[in-house]
Design a protein around this ligand. Structure first.
Ligand SMILES: [Mn+2]
Length: 341
């Protein structure tokens, strides 16, 4: 850790020592890293007699609900009054796995109005600088990994236990797609080793997160690959389109397409993949790339979105057929980069 982070850690430590109540926020549509890093911090604080609360803007997928104390999380969309009460009566606000208050969705206003000390821990590029203390590192695999580093600096392993370890393992494992991407640094594996020593159970995490398919979910995957996938080898690209009709046919639930966007990328000739999901008001799009092609820049430029270099998301407000037509013309436009990517 560099000196700057040591200074920030000292300031964060002081905030923890001097206060009792903490609200920890995850981003809208929380993923494994958001729930994993917020709940890990919750356990770390609880283990030293503090009173933490985790609040998310909305619900999170069922495959994360086994996590220790996940049922304690307050979802703003389901319980606005309770969430607001905690935000107004706490001492410190902490934000995990996002760097822009926009990611708080309907909670944004309450947070912006608050004058309480704010701490951010995140690994996404281009932080907007809304917090008083910001731990921001794009070189780590996940916020979970950065959380471990920050808390280790704060107080060693004193307040870390097996529940804490399972939460961070979930964050790292989901954000790296079980070590398929964002996981080239040896340090990630040293932290995994530490988490296992703390009593974390890697096999349990993988079973709980990935081996929970429903019959409909597997049939939807089959349909996406057989009927929904479009293949453009001339642009080193492939993508999946999920229409509303097919969502109905296979009883689609949020989270059912988790990981689908990565599958076209496993075709030998493909460097760039996308997943289009038709919603009521827009088309939700996810992007993945193998290596050089920068999908963060692509999503920012064309799709009101962003993310990481090899994993990003965005939206289209055009009808589905126009969206696809337009996307294919962009593939043509970026052909040279895509073939080299
Ligand atoms: Mn993350």
């Amino acid at each position: 850790m560099d000196i700057e982070i040591k200074d920030k850690a000292a300031a964060f430590k002081q905030l923890i020592n001097q206060n009792t109540n903490f609200v920890v926020f995850g981003h809208v549509n929380p993923d494994g890293d958001a729930i994993g890093s917020t709940l890990a911090l919750y356990h770390y604080l609880k283990n030293q007699g503090k009173k933490p609360k985790v609040i998310t803007p909305n619900d999170f997928p069922d495959f994360l609900k086994w996590m220790p104390d996940a049922d304690e999380i307050i979802k703003f969309s389901e319980n606005e009054t309770e969430a607001e009460k905690h935000i107004k009566n706490t001492d410190v606000l902490i934000f995990c796995d996002f760097n822009d208050t926009k990611r708080l969705s309907k909670l944004e206003k309450l947070v912006q109005e608050s004058t309480l000390p704010k701490v951010m821990i995140d690994h996404h590029p281009q932080p907007t600088g809304f917090a008083d203390i910001e731990f921001s590192d794009t070189s780590v695999s996940s916020t979970a990994e950065l959380m471990f580093e920050v808390l280790l600096e704060l107080s060693g392993k004193k307040h870390m236990n097996n529940n804490f370890a399972d939460c961070l393992l979930t964050g790292i494992i989901t954000d790296t797609g079980v070590f398929h991407h964002n996981s080239e640094q040896p340090r990630t594996y040293e932290i995994i080793a530490e988490l296992i020593r703390l009593g974390g159970n890697k096999q349990k995490v993988i079973n709980k997160v990935y081996n929970t398919n429903t019959y409909d979910k597997l049939r939807l995957l089959g349909n996406n690959l057989l009927n929904g996938m479009h293949y453009y080898p001339e642009f080193a690209s492939a993508f999946i389109v999920l229409t509303k009709d097919d969502q109905q046919k296979f009883n689609y639930q949020v989270g059912d397409t988790e990981g689908h966007v990565n599958i076209p990328l496993s075709i030998k000739e493909v460097n760039f993949s996308a997943l289009f999901i038709e919603k009521d008001e827009y088309i939700k799009i996810s992007f993945r790339s193998n290596d050089k092609f920068d999908v963060n820049a692509f999503a920012r430029k064309y799709y009101h979105g962003g993310g990481h270099k090899n994993a990003a998301g965005g939206k289209s407000y055009k009808p589905l057929n126009k969206t696809i037509e337009n996307f294919v013309s962009l593939l043509e436009k970026h052909k040279d980069e895509l073939l080299n990517g």
